[in-house]
Ligand binder design. Structure first.
Ligand SMILES: Cc1cc2nc3c(=O)[nH]c(=O)nc-3n(C[C@H](O)[C@H](O)[C@H](O)COP(=O)(O)OP(=O)(O)OC[C@H]3O[C@@H](n4cnc5c(N)ncnc54)[C@H](O)[C@@H]3O)c2cc1C
Length: 426
């Protein structure tokens, strides 16, 4: 996680809409609210775009099913005690994490999976459309490419076991093609020749996430928004069920509406407001290299190792792993090495010529794998836009659109009921 030095900038004493958190979610909300004619200030404790939105894999993936599939627990148990496995829970006493894991496990059944798969795919398909329009309309220079993604397998049994995922996606209207080994190699020559098969997701896309957030921040400023960096939220003044003031470093500011878009940091900041957000930091890692000579043409998911590979004009990234170790800010060399080992099993040339950055980020994970978008029931002028888990970049524009529509009192483009904060009693 990059936490670069940022010069302190004051937020105005009063804003129309005050957005807490300047990641992909907070900035997308800011820009779409500005376009709806609202006055916006974004505050971030560090530099905007320096959180989970910085070094992620940058894929835009409607082809993503809920994590709580039947069989996930068995798979996770097999992995979780190995320090370098794609999924890891650090053994420790953490009642909140324990409760979160129990809630997650309760949803690993066919009924909940199917129900959430329907909701999630509707959201993601709209998100995919919306982000392409958003990037085009706002001229966000972020290397967006509607180039699809390719998931590949090395073991026949795993590939066969995943056939039902392709069937489920197809039933949900998400484009997918099952490819045999020869078709995979034809599509992606950078892969080794022992790949047994793959799923091609032609509706997926990719962008460069650090450029995306930086282009968003520029667009917010150009549209008249204020961005105050090095401005941590420290607390709230609540009067009559409304936020009357937000305590920032050295000042208290007021706002007509407050949008909480603090990613994995959301629960601790929201707790003093009486909100219990079941969000755990799902730590992931990435290594960014200069682009190798024979880089993959399309974004890849190396399935058995859960490694994602993305190539841009001047860079190449290996990313992923899911670690539940609380707010642990260490870069674990074992997990970074596991990315490289995993990539070497699938790619002829798994690494780039120079490492540009080793990074970790905390994904804001809810136990039902759906984001939290909507007004708080407890605090009248508080809107939540958080809990986007593994898909916050993909969901950024649609979240901004839903938040703008809800704040403007317009009919939302999609039924927001499944994402309402009330489902967690908040
Ligand atoms: C390895 C990895 C790969 C991923 N790959 C993808 C992918 O391919 N596609 C995809 O769609 N998603 C991906 N994700 C998920 C995606 O990165 C997140 O869902 C998304 O970045 C969340 O955005 P956000 O704006 O909610 O949070 P963040 O980007 O984390 O922003 C939260 C902001 O809040 C600020 N903040 C925190 N505390 C305070 C405070 N007290 N006061 C003020 N500001 C504060 C932080 O500084 C930060 O800037 C990946 C994540 C990881 C870790």
């Amino acid at each position: 996680m990059s936490t670069p030095e940022a010069a302190a900038v004051s937020a105005p004493a009063r804003s129309d809409v005050l957005i807490l958190g300047g990641g992909a979610i907070g900035l997308s909300c800011a820009l779409l609210l500005l376009r709806a004619g609202r006055g916006v200030t974004v505050v971030d404790k560090a530099t905007v775009g320096g959180g989970s939105s910085h070094g992620n894999c940058g894929t835009i993936t409607p082809s993503c099913l809920p994590l709580h599939a039947p069989g996930t627990i068995r798979k996770a148990l097999g992995w979780m005690l190995r320090r370098d496995a794609p999924f890891y829970v650090r053994p420790r006493f953490d009642p909140q994490l324990f409760w979160w894991l129990v809630q997650f496990a309760r949803r690993c059944n066919a009924r909940d999976f199917r129900r959430h798969a329907v909701v999630k795919s509707r959201l993601l398909l709209l998100a995919r459309e919306r982000i392409a329009e958003f990037i085009r309309d706002e001229r966000l220079a972020c290397e967006f490419a509607p180039s699809g993604t390719l998931s590949v397998w090395r073991h026949g049994a795993d590939f066969e076991a995943a056939r039902h995922e392709a069937r489920t996606l197809a039933e949900l209207g998400v484009p997918v093609e099952v490819l045999d080994a020869a078709a995979v190699r034809a599509r992606e020559p950078a892969l080794r020749d022992d790949i047994v098969g793959g799923h091609w997701h032609p509706g997926d896309a990719q962008l460069r996430p650090d450029r995306y957030v930086s282009a968003l921040a520029d667009a917010v400023r150009a549209a008249g928004g204020v961005i105050a960096e090095a401005c941590p939220v420290r607390g709230f003044q609540v009067e009559g069920g409304r936020i009357a003031g937000v305590a920032l470093a050295g000042q208290v500011v007021g706002a007509r509406e407050v949008v909480l878009a603090l990613g994995a940091w959301s629960p601790a900041i929201a707790r003093p407001l009486g909100l219990r957000l079941p969000i755990q930091p799902g730590k992931g890692y990435s290594i960014t290299y200069a682009r190798p000579a024979r880089a993959p043409r399309v974004a890849l998911v190396l399935e058995e190792r859960s490694v994602c590979v993305t190539t841009w004009e001047g860079a190449y990234r290996l990313g992923s792993t899911m670690e539940f170790s609380g707010y642990d800010a260490r870069l674990d060399a074992r997990r970074l090495a596991a990315l490289e080992r995993g990539a070497a099993e699938y790619l002829e040339l798994p690494e780039g010529p120079q490492v540009q950055e080793c990074w970790y980020g905390w994904r804001p994970m809810t136990y039902d794998d759906l984001p939290v978008i909507g007004r708080s029931r407890r605090i009248a002028n508080l809107m939540l836009a958080t809990g986007h888990g593994m898909l916050g970049v993909t969901l950024s524009a649609i979240t901004g659109q839903l938040v703008a529509e809800l704040l403007q009192g317009r009919t939302p483009s999609l039924d927001p009921a499944p994402f309402r904060p009330e489902r967690f009693g908040t």
